[in-house]
Design a protein around this ligand. Structure first.
Ligand code: INI
Length: 156
């Protein structure tokens, strides 16, 4: 019996130009996500000068800057980093919905992998857990996912 063909991406960031879009809202959380993403890329072979950090006010603004970054053709991959924490109004739901939908659309429209490193949490405690403590660092996970997808696309 012949073997199946498997396409998978190596976790190698050598030579890649990457944009990291990060929101200032809940900066004490998003700065940890950003540190994690940069560290992850550098440890996987990226050069620091090939990493561009784009700061935006909040998660709602992330899709637009990811769209421009993707459209520019300058980047092999993008990572969106943010932290949306539920309050007492429905604002949370609108920000999360537009942010996640917008980022997914950018990826599909331009064929550029956009790692989704936006926390959507019910409490500050949940966010802290996902920004470099008990539940890992979602900035690292999003950078890894972007990296793997870039390398998968190269083979398709
Ligand atoms: N933006 C966030 O990134 N996280 C939040 O938790 C948040 N909350 O809760 O309001 C938030 N709001 C701001 C929003 O992203 C926009 O920046 C703002 O509405 C201006 O367009």
């Amino acid at each position: 019996m012949s073997s199946v063909n498997i396409i998978e991406g190596a976790l190698n960031a050598k030579g890649l130009k990457v944009a990291l879009a990060v929101s200032r809202f809940n900066d004490f959380i998003t700065s940890r996500l950003l540190d994690g993403a940069v560290d992850c890329l550098v440890r996987h072979g990226a050069e620091r000068e090939d990493i561009t950090i784009i700061k935006v006010p909040g998660a709602f603004e992330l899709p637009l800057v990811c769209e421009r970054a993707a459209q520019s053709g300058k980047y092999s991959g993008i990572v969106a980093l943010g932290a949306v924490i539920r309050g007492s109004t429905p604002h949370f739901d609108y920000v999360c919905a537009e942010c996640s939908k917008g980022i997914a659309q950018v990826s599909l429209k331009h064929g550029v992998p956009v790692g989704f490193g936006v926390l959507t949490c019910d409490s500050l405690e949940q966010a802290v857990e996902r920004a470099g403590s008990k539940a890992g660092n979602k900035g690292v996970e999003a950078a890894m996912a972007m990296l793997e997808t870039v390398r998968v696309l190269e083979q398709l």
